[in-house]
Design a protein around this ligand. Structure first.
Ligand code: BES
Ligand code: MN
Ligand code: ZN
Length: 498
């Protein structure tokens, strides 16, 4: 998808379909919608009224213009009431317009200017570009028929001075959206095409292309480091595990953040074999994909933050070599783990990945993992669960998530949860009783961060959608790329870091 910028008025601009935002306040049309309506002799307002278009977020309505303005169609897109409209409503509206345009084979779409309170034009533009790219997304690598796609989107400005701000927003939106698309593609890729070794190759290629440092730890290297936890989980598969290490190190870094991702390329549960969700378990590397996608985008945004990315990539399957319930393994930080449930593999591999990250002495550690069904039970598909030993860090992540629309909800880490993770025979066991499952998984992870400020984001709820019913128009079925935009926002947020 290509983006262009134009300062032409919406009623004279020519394209296949021009999107125009409609607020749900019921009054007369304003701004570009009013100008288009006037040029159409009142057709737009008449059709909106006849079709009872209420301006609900995500809804669209197509109006044919029959030559009365140069653009062939107007796509009205709901923004909700003006007083509650946010950047995410603009993101959703852009996605809805592009999706609708694709369905009616309109190759060139435009988005008429919209103002929203005091929001700067570059932020508005960024959100719309993200919406357009992510709304148009599909994973079509293995399909013969791709369907209609929008190839060009023109963003219209309303004032002569806006060109630069729109250009900046397009550039930033592209980086955010393209990184999210990379994460989606990696997660949607089937497990037979993306074992740990392949994931590591792709990460290394992306790192090389972006100018990051990259090293990939193979089985020998992990043995040498004492990563007994990843190795135990990986032992059941013919596909060997890898630990992928990426680093973005700008010259004048003011802080040092480590990102850690769960990269279970396929999770069968192991000997505690799953009875449900098996067909979705290619998505169990979504945390790792988010870390890789975020890392490769950092050089384009140039934040003054050193960032380490660590992804534990492994397949959790069955064979005579599989780890068994009752086995005890030693993680890189020396702590022993009784593996009493082989399906709680994520926390086991993260024990080593977090230990490795902590050993590099970052100021803070953020991990992303499709860790528990329990988080999904709590939050459905609409928010990830965040748990942490550092409240200011949580607050900063929540602030970033408010900007991106990638919702996050904090769950408490009560000390009692740790008691439930103690083993009779080892320092810890990897599975406790069922209740509070997301928090028990998190508090287990806390044992491997060496007391550093750390936040765990359980993205099991949001990483992969079995259905898109009721979801935002930029979230199609399948992988969502959740977390990438929030991490990029977080890492490039503070003005002092730029
Ligand atoms: N990858 C799963 C969690 C998951 C389940 C993600 C469904 C997305 C959809 C994870 O490895 C797992 O199996 N967790 C167990 C932990 C339990 C055995 C302590 C779970 O949540 O049931
Ligand atoms: Mn599992
Ligand atoms: Zn898993």
């Amino acid at each position: 998808m290509e983006f262009a910028v134009s300062l032409e008025a919406p009623e004279v601009f020519a394209c296949d379909a021009i999107g125009v935002g409609i607020f749900a306040d019921g009054g007369a049309l304003e701004g570009p919608a009013a100008r288009i309506d006037k040029a159409l002799g009142g057709l737009l307002s008449a059709v909106l009224a006849e079709e009872k278009f209420e301006g609900k977020p995500g809804r669209t309505l197509v109006v044919q213009t029959h030559g009365r303005i140069p653009s062939r169609r107007v796509i009205a897109a709901g923004l909700g009431p003006k007083t509650t409209a946010t950047l995410d409503h603009l993101r959703q509206a852009a996605a809805a317009v592009v999706r609708q345009a694709g369905q009616i084979h309109a190759a060139h779409a435009a988005l008429a200017a919209t103002t929203l309170g005091a929001l700067p034009v570059d932020a508005i533009t960024q959100a719309r570009v993200e919406g357009a790219v992510l709304g148009d997304y599909r994973f079509a690598r293995y399909k013969r028929d791709e369907g209609g796609r929008v190839s060009r989107v023109t963003l219209l400005g309303s004032e002569p001075g806006q060109h630069k701000a729109i250009d900046d927003g397009v550039a930033r939106g592209r980086v955010f959206a393209d990184a999210t698309v990379l994460a989606r593609d990696l997660v949607n890729e089937p497990p037979n095409q993306l074992p740990p070794v392949r994931l590591a190759e792709i990460a290394a290629d992306a790192a090389r292309g972006a100018g990051l440092r990259c090293s990939v730890l193979d089985v020998e290297a992990m043995k040498a480091l004492g990563m007994g936890a990843i190795l135990a989980i990986g032992s059941g598969s013919d596909q060997p595990p890898r630990t992928i290490v990426l680093e973005y190190a700008p010259p004048k870094a003011k802080r040092f953040v480590a990102l850690v991702g769960k990269g279970v390329c396929y999770d069968s549960g192991g000997i505690n074999i799953k009875t449900q969700d098996l067909e979705w378990m290619k998505s169990d590397m979504a945390g790792g994909a988010a870390v890789i996608a975020t890392m490769q985008a950092l050089p384009s945004l140039r934040p003054a933050v050193r960032v380490l990315g660590v992804v534990a990539a492994v397949e959790n399957v069955l064979s005579g070599h599989s780890v068994k319930p009752g086995d005890i393994v030693r993680a890189m930080n020396g702590k022993t783990i009784e593996i009493n449930n082989t399906d709680a593999e994520g926390r086991v591999i993260l024990a080593d990945a977090l230990s490795y990250a902590a050993q590099q002495q970052p100021d803070e550690i953020i991990d992303l993992a499709t860790l528990t069904g329990s988080a999904m039970v709590a939050l459905g598909y609409v928010a990830a669960a965040v748990m942490s030993n550092d409240q200011p860090l949580v607050q900063r992540l929540l602030d970033a998530s408010h900007q991106t629309g990638e919702r996050m909800w904090q769950l408490p880490l009560y000390e009692e949860f740790l008691e439930n993770m103690r083993s009779l025979v080892a320092d810890l066991r990897n599975s406790g009783s069922r209740y509070g499952g997301a928090q028990k998984g998190a508090i287990f992870l806390r044992e491997f961060v060496d007391g550093r400020p750390w936040a765990h984001i359980d993205i099991a709820p949001t990483a992969f959608l079995e259905t898109d019913e009721g979801m935002s128009p930029y979230l199609p079925k399948g992988a969502t790329g959740y977390g990438v935009r929030t991490l990029l926002t977080y890492l490039s947020a503070r003005p002092e870091d730029r």
